[in-house]
Design a protein around this ligand. Structure first.
Ligand SMILES: NC(=O)c1ccc[n+]([C@@H]2O[C@H](COP(=O)([O-])OP(=O)(O)OC[C@H]3O[C@@H](n4cnc5c(N)ncnc54)[C@H](OP(=O)(O)O)[C@@H]3O)[C@@H](O)[C@H]2O)c1
Length: 260
């Protein structure tokens, strides 16, 4: 599989570069922002796996040349341009970038008419199992249990709440048939309303990503937790998704399709 990496100098991009070969992928392009301190550096050297013969470039169009799939872990504002270029070059897209804006969401839909597209706020298999478990728990426990989601991430994370927490809240809302997501609470907020789904962001240290779904009922509570101990897990999931997407017809795919 011939692979381009968009956001190649980032924490996730570097993990993808490091693990690509072991997952059967050859890196043919590596794209970074025009401000990147790593512009021009070999992507494999920067990732600590030795030279791969691919210099990091701010030119996304040439970064996609010869690629079958591009894996994107970048910034929301960079995703629309990438999708336009990928459509033009007929390159499948796996994007893990969280908190896309309306333009990014619209372009995902447009691109899926032309190329295979998979966007996932979390590329871990276990997190998708967690979402299913949470939905099942909500259905079985019923409306007398309040649901609050707490996510913890490293101090450098720039967005909140995490894309994964938002995805988990959506799974809970779907299982309940209603729900109003409340991100954090501050001041005279009054008593908790029955339809609230609380989402709370903790930031600090080097935590890669923890998510706990609290189901709080009368006299008892259930907590479902996922903890990531290495970014490799997300990179492997994205590489697995890329392998799945290569050669597929145009369309919108999810991690559920990849894990079967
Ligand atoms: N789906 C998942 O499982 C999962 C897991 C972890 C993280 N994420 C998400 O993935 C994204 C990246 O996370 P990270 O921790 O790797 O962040 P990061 O370390 O800040 O890396 C972001 C990367 O994007 C690049 N970039 C910024 N603007 C760009 C542009 N216009 N064109 C091309 N590249 C551009 C940056 O380049 P320079 O800084 O070098 O200029 C850098 O390489 C975030 O949205 C995060 O929430 C998703």
């Amino acid at each position: 599989m011939k692979l381009a990496i968009h956001g190649a100098s980032g924490r996730m991009g570097q993990a993808v570069a490091r693990l690509a070969a072991s997952e059967g992928a050859t890196v043919v392009g590596a794209v970074v922002s025009h401000r990147s301190a790593l512009l021009g550096r070999d992507v494999g050297e920067a990732a600590g796996v030795g030279p791969l013969g691919v210099a990091m470039s701010e030119d996304a169009a040439s970064g996609l040349l010869g690629a079958e799939v591009v894996i994107d872990f970048s910034r929301p504002e960079a995703v629309p341009h990438l999708l336009q270029l990928a459509m033009r070059a007929r390159v499948a897209v796996v994007s893990g970038t969280t908190r896309l804006d309306a333009t990014g969401e619209r372009l995902l839909v447009e691109a899926a008419r032309v190329i295979p597209v998979l966007w996932a706020p979390n590329t871990s298999l276990a997190v998708h199992v967690l979402a299913k478990l949470a939905a099942e728990a909500v259905r079985q426990l019923g409306p007398s249990f309040d649901v609050e989601i707490v996510e913890t991430h490293h101090r450098a994370k720039v967005d909140a709440p995490s894309g994964t927490a938002t995805m988990l809240a959506a799974a809970v809302r779907e299982a309940r048939g209603d729900g109003r997501v409340v991100a954090g609470r501050d001041g005279e907020v009054g008593p908790r309303r029955d339809d609230e789904i609380g989402v709370h962001a903790v930031r600090g240290g080097d935590v890669i990503g923890d998510h706990t779904i609290h189901l709080l009922g009368p006299s008892e509570r259930l907590e479902l937790t996922h903890r990531a101990t290495s970014r490799d897990l997300f990179a492997r999931g994205a590489l697995r998704a890329a392998r799945f997407l290569a050669g597929k017809p145009a369309g919108r795919y999810t991690m559920a399709d990849v894990v079967g």
